[in-house]
Ligand binder design. Structure first.
Ligand code: FAD
Length: 445
């Protein structure tokens, strides 16, 4: 790391990260790399990711490289790009999974195709990625079984206090909530009566499952099985991409749900393959073959997001929120984690700056940390809230329901391209530069 060991330095800020999901751990590594003392408090007794895939854009992987190259090593040890690893096909493809020629019901018309850049869409098994991440998180950084109940911000000169449900407490100079869509930190910032404290139901269900790749190849052919495809149709769509070094096909099927989701404690419920078969009953052979390979028992996810009640800001004093806690997007761009990685890069850079300002006695610890969080909010809010809205809109576009694009394929493609490129070609170097400049300017005045 760039500084002497943080532990024995009075002037090095101590940061408490609430939540050990992808973003909390990514941020912890970024801070650790910059000599900042970070601790992660995770409610679970151990970290167990779900049996589903997650994919990162090339840009998100480049952000990881800036945060801490150990992240890229961890990801690459478990990730899979499209197709043959020696000849990756880095296109994302949208096909018509519904309107098929009765003579050739296995053929799907290619609707749109976008080049995502070299290794532009790296899929991995979430549990494998998490295991790889845990191996590089330094000893003592992550504490399990710590469910945050309350945060008390005391006087300027004193540390912020974290109270956990097991009755224990911890202290830090600043608190960053990376505690996901049901964030407790967000609720503490805005109050439980405030609608921004709670995500809302998008009335979409996501069925998720993994299929052995050899079975998938047998059913739909090598090229379709081993490359990412989004199969579109009325009111529903099905996405798949390879994970686990091409050994598994990750499948996510989206279906509408007119009902309310009653259980606010969990957004996951058991489902069966039969449920998915019903949704895609009238579709082409390819989609139905993929569905037929799903396990009998699977999980369904109620898709919630923060598009209806976005938070007005991401910071309050020495407390801030990042990742899904700040901006929970529906998964239709496949970019929620990626944009949270951008947050982690921004915060790593800003807290690095704050640490040097503190060291040089240009500001007190609490002033510097507050200014870092004010800057984070200013720099990140617009783009991340755009993603939340666009993730909602793009689902309507995929399902030919968006008022601007309707069922016009050219208009749909134009919108999909514009939105995808805005995600993929984000200038993160500029973000880091702007963050630093903006922070320095705030410290001076
Ligand atoms: P989380 O992963 O939710 O982690 C939050 C952590 O905080 C958890 O470990 C939780 O236990 C802990 N926690 C919560 N409350 C407390 C508390 N009070 N005290 C202590 N700990 C607490 N994104 C992509 O970029 N690409 C994809 O392909 C993709 N696919 C997706 C598919 C689906 C079906 C869904 C639903 C999402 C998808 N996403 C994808 C989005 C992505 O999963 C999220 O954006 C990402 O996981 C958010 O990470 P996070 O660390 O912010 O939150």
């Amino acid at each position: 790391s760039m500084y002497p060991p943080a532990m024995d330095r009075e002037d090095v800020p101590e940061v408490a990260i609430v939540g050990g999901g992808i973003i909390g751990l990514t941020l912890a590594l970024g801070l650790n790399k910059r000599g900042i003392n970070a601790k992660v408090y995770e409610q679970a007794r151990s970290l167990r990711e779900i049996g589903a895939g997650v994919a990162f854009t090339a840009n998100a992987v480049r952000c990881m490289e800036q945060i801490d190259p150990r992240l890229v090593t961890a990801l690459r040890s478990v990730a899979t790009s499209n197709g043959d690893p020696n000849n990756p096909n880095d296109h994302l493809q949208w096909v018509d999974g519904f309107n098929v020629d009765p003579e050739h019901p296995e053929d799907e018309e290619l609707l749109y195709k976008l080049y995502a850049g070299p290794r532009g869409f790296e899929g991995c098994h979430r549990a494998h990625f998490l295991d790889a991440l845990l191996k590089v998180v330094p000893e003592g950084v992550l504490q399990f079984g710590k469910r945050l109940a309350n945060v008390v911000e005391q006087d300027e000169e004193e540390k912020v206090k974290l109270e956990f449900e097991d009755g224990t407490v911890a202290e830090a100079d600043a608190v960053i909530g990376c505690d996901g869509i049901k964030s407790r930190v967000r609720e503490l910032m805005f109050g439980s009566e405030n609608p921004v404290s709670h995500p809302t139901y998008t009335h979409k269900i996501a069925y998720r499952g993994l299929i052995p790749m050899d079975k998938a190849v047998e059913a739909v052919g090598e090229s379709k099985a081993k490359n990412q495809h989004m199969h579109l149709g009325p009111q529903a769509h099905l996405l798949h991409f390879p994970v686990a070094n091409q050994k598994l096909m990750n499948v996510v099927a989206f279906a509408p749900d007119p009902e309310e989701w009653e259980d606010s404690k969990t957004f996951v419920a058991p489902a069966t393959r039969r449920d998915v078969e019903k949704v895609f009953a009238g579709w082409g052979t390819t989609v139905r073959s993929i569905v037929s390979l799903l396990p009998n028992d699977l999980d369904k996810w109620a898709v919630f997001d923060s598009s209806t009640f976005p938070v007005p800001c991401y910071n309050k004093g020495r407390i801030c929120i990042a990742g899904d806690a700040a901006h929970a997007a529906a998964p239709h761009h496949g970019a929620g984690a990626g944009i949270g990685v951008e947050d982690a890069l921004c915060l790593s850079a800003l807290l690095d700056k704050a640490a040097s300002v503190i060291q040089d006695d240009k500001a007190s610890k609490s002033q510097a940390l507050k200014l870092a969080f004010i800057t984070f909010n200013t720099i990140r809010r617009k783009r991340t809230q755009w993603l939340v809205q666009s993730s909602h809109d793009v689902c309507e576009i995929y399902e030919w329901n968006h008022p601007k694009t309707g069922s016009d394929p050219d208009k749909c493609f134009e919108e999909i391209r514009r939105r995808s490129h805005k995600i993929w070609y984000f200038d993160y170097e500029d973000m880091v530069r702007e963050s630093s400049e903006s922070f320095e300017w705030r410290v001076v005045i």
